[in-house]
Ligand binder design. Sequence first.
Ligand SMILES: [Zn+2]
Length: 451
Amino acid sequence: MISMNNNYHIFNGWIVNEHQVFKGGLVIRNGLIETVYHGDRSLDDKDLIALDAGHKWILPGVIDDHVHFREPGLTHKGDIASESRAAVAGGITSFMDMPNTLPPTLTQAQLEEKFQLATQKSLANYSFYLGASNSNLDEVLKTDPRRVCGIKIFLGSSTGNMMLDDLQTLRTIFARSPVLIAVHCEDEWTIQKNEAICREVYGEDPPASVHPKIRNHEVCLLSSSFAVRLAREYNTRLHILHLSTAEEAELLDDSSPLEQKRITGEVCVHHLWFSEADYARLGNRIKWNPAVKTESDRIALFEALLQDQIDIVATDHAPHTLEEKNRNYFNSPSGAPFVQHALVAMLEFYHQGKISLEKIVQKMCHNPAILYRIEKRGFICEGYWADVVLVNPDDPWTVDPSNLLYKCGWSPMEGQQFHARITHTFVNGYLVHERGQIYDSMNGQRLTFKR
Ligand SMILES: [Zn+2]
C-alpha cells in the first residue's frame, strides 16, 4: 500500500498510551496525529486512507537511546540505511547513535557530518551523541542542547577505544557539560587485572563464559558508583547506560518523578533476556560489554525496571559480522544486533505475564522522550508527530536468517519464537514498514529537544 497521500484514519484498534489501554482510533494528517478518540467513529473524509487496525495494538513508536549503526568507517558491520530499516521493522521510529565510529565523533564538525548522512539515509528519526575524550573539552562545551541528544563518555574501553581517564577533564565535563552525559561504566584497571588472571588459567583461547568473570560485578559497580558520586558532587545530568548488575540498580533513585531526576538509568533487552547459562549455547554471540551476568542479576534488573529505579529500556544495537564474532574469545568483538527484536522481545515478557503493556510503552516510548526532553514524540497525542506502530498480539513467528534485516545477517535471537508481530510502522505519518516490507520513499527527521 504505497500512496502519495500520507493522511490516514486508523480505526478499530487498542491504543496503548499513558498508562491506559483503550479501544479507539486516530487520524494522521500532514505527518502529525490530528485526532485521538475512544471507541468507534466513522469518518467520511476522502483525504484519509482508512486503515482497519483489526483489534491490533496501536503503540507510540519506540525511541531507542542507544545504538551503534557503525557509520562512518565500520559500514561492513552495518550502516545507517540498513540498520534504520531493521529498526523500523522492529517498531523503533527514533534512535540515538553512539560516537565510537571511524573516525570517532569528537568534534562538532564530525557530528554534523553524521547528521548529514542520516538526512540522506535514515528511515527513522535520529540524533547523535558527541564523544568526550581526554582532549576535546572545547568541542564538548560547544554542544547545542536543543539539537543534540547528549555527550557520551566511555569510562572503560569497548569498541573504538574512546576512553576518558583524565580525572581533571572528567571533573570539568561533569561540572560544565551543557547537555546530558551518558556513560558506559566499567572499570578499566579491574578488567585488565581480571584478564591477566584469566590468561593464566585458560591461555589464549578461553570459553565465552569467562566474559562475566573478567567484566564482573566489581568492574561495573566500581565505575558506576564513581560516576554517581561525581554527578552528585556537580549536580550533573547523568544517564547510566546498560546497567547489568543487581547492585548498580540500587544506586538509582526510585522515588522522584522522572522529570526531576538528575541521575537516570537504562537497561538493555539482552540483559533482561539472557543470563550466564546461555554462554554454553551461544558463546561469543552473547558477548556484550558490560557482560550478561547471573540469573539473579537478570531478575533484579527486571524488578528494578518494574519499580522505576531503571527508567528506560534500550537495545545497545551493536552489529559485528559473524566472521568477527566467531573468532576466539579475546579477538571476538563485543556487541550484537538487536533493534529488530527489542520490542517483540519485551512483548514476549508481556505474553509471559511478567510486565504490562502500559509499562513496556512507558519504558520504551514515553520515558526516553521525557528523559531526553524530546519534542513532540513518544506519545499518541494530538499535535505530536505520527510515529505509530501497529502490533498483532497473536501472530507467532520465528526469528530466522531469512527474515533478518541487519546488514550483518545474524542475530542472537535466531530460533526464538515470538507471539507478537509488528505489522505497520509509521514515521512522521509515513508508512515505512508493513509486514516485513520496507517503503523507503521518505526519510526520518532530526530529533529536537526542549532544553
Ligand atoms: Zn553501546
